[in-house]
Design a protein around this ligand. Structure first.
Ligand code: RFL
Length: 385
């Protein structure tokens, strides 16, 4: 049995937990992060890269953006390619005129860990939380010990334990689509994000760094990530991206392959007693619109301000309103992500229903190509959270 001297116990050292911890430390609040994996593991876990303007603002305003400003790259264009040809949307000139900053998630996590420790925070790596007691603000650890604080933040991702401690309604949606998510050791093939729509299925291209590029291929659910050789993957990417018409891709070995199912879930509420959820623990969003890490940062900032208001000023109102504040923003992102999935994936087959839905998909793309109003809507939602 052990206790802790922390006001806030944070379960999970991903983007949500680390941004939360850093803002709380800047407010002078004692907090302890408990992380199941080793430091080396979380600092090398490749995932997101596209940070929206609001995420860059959160990191900048809280003194967490030095690495991002030094090494991140600005991105403001995406290209849609299909049997209609190709069109480009330069979203810096559309909607609110915002852009993405591309900064690999593992680099951001590394920066956030260093700064949290620098601010006097404590992280226990390789320590698994088995259960959370939302009434006593307690974490039960795998070694049988118990940590208690005043509040618990459940930032332990989609497979964590904190979700189980919140008696919420869980809205789950399986889009029935899977992406083969690949990291190639190769420079980006173009300056833009590219979404390719092809009868074989969707294919995507997103820059990460000068030497690493993310590609996606739509695959059947249950697809074995080792089923194809590197050459077979590049051949399929060339076909779906119509490289013969638009220019060859810059190839290299694949250094990561995994299959990501397009599923979404939202919990309502995302708090119970002393426990508050943020990031993938509160809502999982399909990566179709690159929103997950951005939502994690958004919720972490709102939660940090609410906890600081309660702990430092004795005002409980922002904490009481936490779910009501965050959930509408989660649903907005879910709605756009769902819209993107419909835009990028048509059904296979030549039966009447499939042809009907593919025709709608094509009409939607043509509208996006031709209508300035549609482009403004796209840009606002693509970058906004
Ligand atoms: P994380 O990052 O999963 O961190 C949770 C942490 O909790 C730890 N943990 C535990 N610790 C202690 N005890 C336990 N019982 C624990 N259980 C778990 C875990 O080890 C981990 O360290 O959640 P967080 O902080 O909510 O952050 C969410 C983001 O990581 C996620 O939404 C994004 O990566 C999603 N995502 C993208 N988001 C974007 O905004 N832009 C993108 O470009 C983007 N690309 C992506 C993505 C996700 C992808 N995959 C792998 C699903 C691309 C891909 C391929």
């Amino acid at each position: 049995m052990s206790t802790s001297s922390a006001d806030v116990l944070i379960c999970g050292a991903g983007p949500a937990g680390l941004v939360l911890g850093n803002i709380l430390r800047a407010e002078g609040i004692r907090c302890l992060i408990v992380e199941r994996q080793s430091r080396a593991h979380v600092e090398s876990r490749t995932r997101a890269g596209f940070l929206a303007a609001n995420s860059v603002r959160i990191l900048s305003e809280n003194g967490l953006a030095e690495g991002l400003h030094t090494n991140g790259q600005h991105h403001d264009t995406c290209v849609f390619r299909g049997d209609h040809g190709e069109f480009e949307l330069k979203y810096s000139g559309l909607g609110r005129g915002e852009i993405h900053t591309v900064y690999p998630q593992q680099d951001l996590v590394r920066d956030l860990i260093a700064e949290f420790l620098n601010r006097g925070g404590e992280i226990r790596f390789a320590t698994e939380v088995q259960e959370i007691d939302p009434h006593d603000a307690a974490l039960l650890l795998a070694d049988g010990s118990r940590l208690t604080g005043r509040f618990v933040a459940g930032c332990d991702g989609q497979r964590g334990v904190s979700r189980q401690a919140v008696p919420a309604q869980v809205y789950h949606w399986d889009h029935g689509i899977s992406w083969f998510a690949l990291l190639a050791q190769a420079p980006p093939s173009m300056a833009a994000v590219m979404y390719a729509i092809h009868p074989n299925g969707f294919a995507g291209h997103m820059a990460r760094t000068a030497t690493i590029t993310r590609y996606y291929l739509q695959v059947p659910p249950g697809f074995d990530p080792d089923a194809w050789s590197d050459k077979e993957i590049w051949d399929e990417l060339h076909v779906r991206m119509r490289a013969d018409q638009h220019g060859e891709l810059r190839t290299g070995p694949f250094v990561e392959r995994r299959v990501v199912d397009m599923t979404s879930h939202v919990m309502d509420p995302i708090q119970h007693g002393t426990l508050f959820l943020a990031g993938d623990a509160a809502s999982l969003i399909s990566p179709s619109a690159a929103k997950g890490a951005n939502l994690a940062l958004m919720a972490a900032e709102v939660l940090a301000r609410a906890l600081a208001t309660q702990i430092n000023l004795g005002d409980a109102q922002p904490l009481i309103r936490y779910s009501a504040e965050v959930l509408p923003r989660i649903w907005r992102a879910q709605e756009f992500s769902h819209w993107m999935i419909d835009l990028l994936h048509g059904p296979f087959g030549n039966d009447s229903d499939s042809v009907f839905l593919r025709s709608l998909q094509r009409a939607r793309l043509e509208s996006l190509r031709d209508s300035r109003a549609h482009q403004d809507f796209f840009a606002e939602n693509y970058i906004g959270v």
